[in-house]
Design a protein around this ligand. Structure first.
Ligand code: SF4
Length: 326
């Protein structure tokens, strides 16, 4: 006698005697069963909640997610409390990632466009057949993807490499290339740095909205909360925001210095010049002073008096651990 699985049980109990003589009930059940027993995960039990640990891909920060899942449907995203990046927190974008998953306008088919043709919808079988045929015929390969890291990035690299191509491009709509280049120039490493805000006494942000969007907002918000909390000793740590608008990060600053868009860079240069001129720096930076002069030109910063610049420069230079975010 065949083993009585849940699927067989439903098949037997769900069909009438007459229907059992045909394969009609099985066809029906095969349509119904996957709704409660997703083929890809046999551990899911109908009606029972399950929790999956995964990674949020709404931004490059990669916070740890716990997804509540029932009957083949994800219903709630929460932060993974054991994850080193977010420690259980989740920003509004991560919380609302389910809206993207269930968006009726989400692209669910393969969109295909031949040379000079309009975009057409194709089934996966059809598209894979076309792609496979082109690869087999020795076509040139280029792979364009959203940002990937780790094993998947390696697989993509190997895939393009297997076809003798190095044309693999990860595209980020809001990337951090300028930050990477700045980091390479100063520290020799072309990577996006991770800042230890929690350990700082003084943070100055040049329009870097690190509490809402910049690099890793969940991690930085948690660190900022600790850094900015009353420590029960001496003066409190401070955060200054320099930028054109009162963002959420600016609204949380001790001091919001409003400058016209594009003047953040000049503010930083003025402060650096002042630190060099007053001898407040720990290192001798006089060799870069002519470059700073050239970049500054003659103009002052509209709406920012010199005393304010001096006060910020002194605070930055004299704090035990200060950091400038830009
Ligand atoms: S910061 Fe927000 S959007 Fe980015 S990975 Fe974390 S939860 Fe997702």
């Amino acid at each position: 006698m065949p083993k009585m699985t849940r699927r067989n049980f439903l098949w037997v109990t769900g069909g009438t005697g007459a229907a059992l003589a045909t394969d009609q009930p099985r066809k029906l059940i095969n349509k119904l069963i996957p709704q409660v027993v997703p083929a890809e995960n046999k551990n899911i039990k109908p009606g029972e909640w399950a929790l999956f640990a995964t990674t949020c891909r709404e931004c490059p920060a990669g916070c740890g997610l716990h997804l509540w899942h029932r009957d083949g449907r994800v219903t709630k995203a929460e932060g993974n409390p054991l994850h080193p990046v977010n420690g259980g927190g989740l920003c509004p974008r991560g919380q609302s990632s389910l809206q993207g998953l269930y968006d009726p306008d989400r692209v669910q088919e393969v969109l295909f466009r031949g040379k000079g043709a309009k975009v057409q919808k194709r089934s996966w079988d059809e598209a894979l057949g076309v792609i496979g045929g082109k690869l087999a015929a020795g076509g040139k390969v280029a792979l364009l993807s959203s940002l990937q890291t780790g094993a998947l990035a390696e697989v993509m690299k190997s895939f393009t490499g297997a076809f003798g191509s190095n044309r693999l491009l990860f595209y980020e709509p809001f990337n951090y290339e300028p930050l990477k280049i700045a980091h390479r120039e100063v520290f020799g490493l072309p990577s996006v740095p991770s800042y230890n805000i929690e350990q700082c006494n003084f943070v100055i942000s040049f329009a870097a909205d690190f509490l809402e969007t910049w690099i890793s907002p969940v991690s930085y918000a948690a660190q900022f909360a600790k850094m900015h909390a009353y420590q029960g000793r001496g003066a409190m740590n401070r955060m200054v925001y320099v930028g054109p608008r009162l963002s959420m990060t600016a609204a949380n600053a001790d001091d919001f210095v409003q400058v016209p868009p594009g003047y953040e860079r000049l503010m930083a240069l003025w402060m650096l010049k002042m630190i060099i001129d007053k001898g407040w720096g720990k290192n001798d930076l006089s060799s870069i002073r002519p470059d700073i002069e050239r970049a500054l030109g003659a103009g002052p910063i509209p709406g920012v008096p010199e005393e304010k610049l001096e006060q910020l420069a002194r605070s930055f230079a004299s704090a035990g651990a200060s950091v400038a975010l830009a």
